[in-house]
Design a protein around this ligand. Structure first.
Ligand code: MSP
Length: 499
């Protein structure tokens, strides 16, 4: 089997600074990318910025900057997010880059050549904030369903023949039941398509900040057709599309932008005779202490501040553990602190600390010799032997919250094992058994620390280091390598601090 994997975040609008929503999607992608790399896959993890459109032009104007100056500046904040959140993206694409513009123009031309785009006239309610048109019956109290202000717009526009793709899309969804996840969202998309698709306006003549329509520079290309193309632009389209990556591609997006991906993007691709991605997953939205997050409420959560206060591992752990991936979630500092204290400091940290300081005090700082295993030893080791397979399922089904849940069940069993085996008693009456218990615990911890890498990359690396495991043996294919009795372990340092 070819082990290839391509995962993408949405590309983020640059009209704002990064917030928790951006951090969340990126962290989820990062966790999956890390897991796959550890599992021996060739991985490409892509993120980037969406830099065209009216919203950006307006914000730049307010700040008295040219759009290009403005996006150059703000895009850096998103690039910087990778360092702050310890993301392992292999690439960062900007829609103002040449490789991207070339891909968009090529896709446009392909759609023209295939008779999928025609010139017409558009009139409708346009919401700048959403970069989207709404029909009269979609408006609620004169505003977009998202609450955004709308204005009436009439202009010449190119249209994509989306209406021709209703049947092919429905057929595609039914032949590829795993294309849209989770299930509930898939059903929503299907009902949306079944309710009827109208041709889609794919250019703006009232706007200058965008990619000009090939052969008609009085228009720029609609920002979504522009933005979506990033996913193939980054892997060689049009000259050299990496089919291996594309055939194994996953787009992780927020629920609000699933329609653009599952419907529009799929239709554009099918019309250009490119297969849609392998799958798309829509995650839920975070509220802050029970309230919708919005600039006007002043409750936007800055990932930078959170990481400053708690560290990137802790933020990652909380966001990807606390809420079922796919559901909405509520952010609360208290819940975050509780998680850190109970799961990280009291459970995982405590287990590591107990074992490693015991080794220093009672085993001369060396991995002791292992004698015959008892039933209890075997049961504990079994907890970790089954784990990798379970975690593979969590990752493949994007049940990211179950990932930590499964590992922490084993950690819980580890702490219980220490309490029951009482190595501090054995040290006085059965040193050989004490040695075996400690050997079992170190073997157990080694496997745990290899498996926690995707969700706690920094802490896991520290723990593996304290267990004397070199980086080259931190991959899943080394998980069953035996630890060596007699190896000296470094003096342990505390990993997680209680808050
Ligand atoms: N530029 C488009 C995407 C183009 S992809 C070809 C865009 N950008 S965005 O910056 O507005 O949003 C990026 C992501 O952040 C979306 O997936 C969105 O769902 C997510 N979130 C924004 N606020 C959020 C929360 N409060 N909670 C979780 N995610 C949220 O849309």
């Amino acid at each position: 089997m070819n082990k290839i994997f391509y995962v993408t975040t949405p590309i983020y609008y640059v009209n704002d600074k990064p917030h928790i929503g951006h951090a969340y999607t990126s962290l989820a992608c990062d966790m999956v990318a890390r897991f796959k790399r550890l599992d021996g896959y060739r991985v490409k993890f892509l993120t980037g910025t969406d830099e065209h459109g009216q919203k950006v032009a307006k914000t730049a104007d307010i700040k008295g900057l040219l759009p290009q100056e403005f996006v150059d500046e703000i895009s850096q904040n998103f690039r910087g997010l990778s360092t702050i959140l310890n993301l392992t993206n292999d690439d960062f694409i900007r829609t103002t880059e040449e490789r991207h513009k070339k891909a968009v123009c090529h896709l446009w031309q392909t759609l023209i050549d295939k008779g999928q785009i025609y010139l017409g006239e558009y009139s409708g309610w346009y919401a700048i904030r959403d970069e989207s048109f709404y029909s009269e019956d979609e408006l609620i109290d004169g505003k977009a369903p998202t609450g955004a202000e709308v204005e009436w717009l009439v202009e010449p526009s190119y249209f994509f023949k989306l209406s021709e793709w209703e049947e092919p899309l429905l057929k595609f969804y039914s032949e590829n039941p795993d294309f849209i996840k989770p299930e509930g969202r898939r059903n929503e998309v299907i009902s949306f398509v079944k309710s009827g698709l109208r041709d889609l306006s794919v250019s703006r003549s009232s706007l200058k900040w965008g990619i000009p329509v090939p052969n008609d520079p009085t228009h720029v290309i609609y920002v979504w057709l522009d933005a979506l193309t990033n996913y193939i632009a980054a892997i060689g389209y049009p000259d050299n599309l990496d089919q291996g990556l594309w055939n194994n591609s996953l787009h992780i997006v927020g629920k609000d932008i699933l329609k653009f991906h599952a419907v529009y993007w799929s239709a554009f691709l099918m019309a250009a005779e490119i297969k849609p991605p392998l799958s798309e997953f829509a995650h839920g939205w975070w509220t802050n202490e029970g309230e919708k997050i919005s600039k006007s409420l002043g409750n936007v959560i800055d990932p930078l501040e959170l990481v400053d206060e708690f560290g990137s591992d802790a933020v990652r752990y909380f966001l990807l553990r606390e809420v079922s991936f796919g559901q909405d979630g509520n952010f609360s500092k208290l819940a975050l602190i509780n998680r850190l204290n109970s799961d990280l400091a009291n459970s995982y940290g405590n287990l590591v600390q107990r074992v490693l300081s015991f080794v220093q005090k009672n085993c001369n700082g060396k991995i002791p010799v292992c004698s015959d295993l008892t039933h209890a030893d075997q049961i504990l080791l079994q907890h970790v032997d089954d784990l990798l397979e379970k975690l593979r399922k969590c990752i493949d089904n994007l049940e990211l919250h179950h990932f930590a849940e499964n590992i922490w069940q084993a950690i819980f069993a580890g702490n219980k094992y220490v309490d029951e085996q009482k190595p501090w008693v054995l040290k006085n009456n059965d040193v050989s058994r004490m040695n075996t218990v400690i050997y079992v615990l170190i073997s157990f911890l080694k496997k745990i620390a290899i498996l926690t890498q995707p969700i706690l990359p920094l802490a896991s690396a520290q723990i593996l280091n304290q267990l004397g495991i070199p980086e080259s043996q931190s991959y899943f294919n080394s998980i069953d390598l035996s630890i060596k009795s007699g190896d000296t372990l470094p003096i342990p340092q505390p990993i997680f601090n209680k808050v």
